[in-house]
Design a protein around this ligand. Structure first.
Ligand SMILES: O=C(O)[C@H](O)[C@@H](O)[C@H](O)[C@H](O)COP(=O)(O)O
Length: 285
């Protein structure tokens, strides 16, 4: 069965619903299906972006998301072969991190290392297009340095710019979510949730180790053309419910609930355990 037919079958098997104001939900039976759907989603966005802008500027997070991107690697490499010969123009990919731990890039805790080992070392991206942090300075300096670097790439339009906020408009920002509803390194009730001026900020008290991190701020996340939240496992079910369902005012400050792209498209990639406590009322098929 041609991979394209297989993917169409899989995508029909995925339960796709549109929430009235929390984006599209794609609920999958298992990680294989979710990973393949995510790979197809990213490949399609990259093809569209390269056609429209000549580049694909993608920012990724860390955690289990990177493991799922392994599917991306296998899926896309298959599509690059005959008879599909799909055009994934890796040379036009520019890769960034939505958040990064302030550790050496060779450290096991580094999101850069995670992505390099899991994906980047297996696909023909241009090394100079991989934009990792300066790991030899303090968290504050690393955040300033990364923001300066992004500002330069916005000036050159490698990264698009939002016509509403003047923030960078990434073609895709890929986020995971913790069981507490954090996204990137934006944790519940943390002052950086209110940061509006900086594009990249830093924390030194992350409740999830390691403590020192840099992170995109919410204005940058919400200026993206596309945001994908990839959440799997039973342990995330309550946070998924609080982030998506109409749960009253006490959860409106949940970081994942504050991901509301101004003009961009939000898609949730969930497996069934993570979606197990979602209410069904607000969805259209
Ligand atoms: O640096 C990090 O820790 C990640 O960027 C973080 O935001 C991650 O995406 C979530 O914690 C989910 O991680 P898991 O999917 O591994 O639970």
């Amino acid at each position: 069965m041609l991979i394209v037919e297989l993917l169409n079958l899989l995508s029909r098997m995925a339960h796709s619903r549109v929430h009235k104001d929390r984006g599209e939900l794609r609920i999958h039976e298992n990680l294989d299906e979710l990973g393949t759907d995510l790979a197809e989603y990213i490949a399609e966005l990259s093809e569209t972006s390269v056609k429209e802008r000549g580049v694909f500027a993608i920012a990724v997070s860390g955690g289990s998301l990177i493991g799922l991107m392994g599917y991306l690697c296998n899926f896309i490499l298959k599509l690059c072969e005959a008879p599909y010969n799909k055009t994934v123009d890796w040379a036009k990919w520019y890769i960034f991190w939505a958040d990064e731990r302030v550790v050496a890039k060779t450290h096991a805790d580094s999101n850069y290392k995670l992505a390099k080992d899991g994906l980047l070392s297996k696909v023909p991206v241009v090394p100079s297009h991989v934009n990792s942090i300066n790991d030899s300075v303090s968290a504050e300096e690393a955040a300033d340095d990364y923001e300066f670097h992004i500002r330069q790439l916005v000036k050159s339009r490698t990264i698009n710019v939002s016509d509403i906020s003047d923030c960078p408009k990434f073609d895709l920002i890929l986020l995971g979510m913790g069981p507490d509803g954090h996204v990137a390194s934006l944790f519940p009730n943390h002052p950086v949730l209110d940061e509006k001026a900086e594009w990249v900020t830093f924390i030194t008290d992350s409740p999830k180790p390691p403590p020192e991190r840099i992170t995109f701020t919410l204005p940058v996340i919400n200026s993206a053309s596309n945001v994908a939240l990839v959440v799997t496992g039973e342990s995330k079910a309550e946070a998924v419910h609080l982030a998506i369902d109409d749960v009253g005012s006490d959860c409106l400050s949940l970081p994942a609930r504050l991901v509301q792209p101004t003009k961009g498209k939000l898609v949730w990639f969930l497996d069934k355990p993570a979606a197990s406590t979602l209410e069904g009322s607000q969805f259209s098929e």
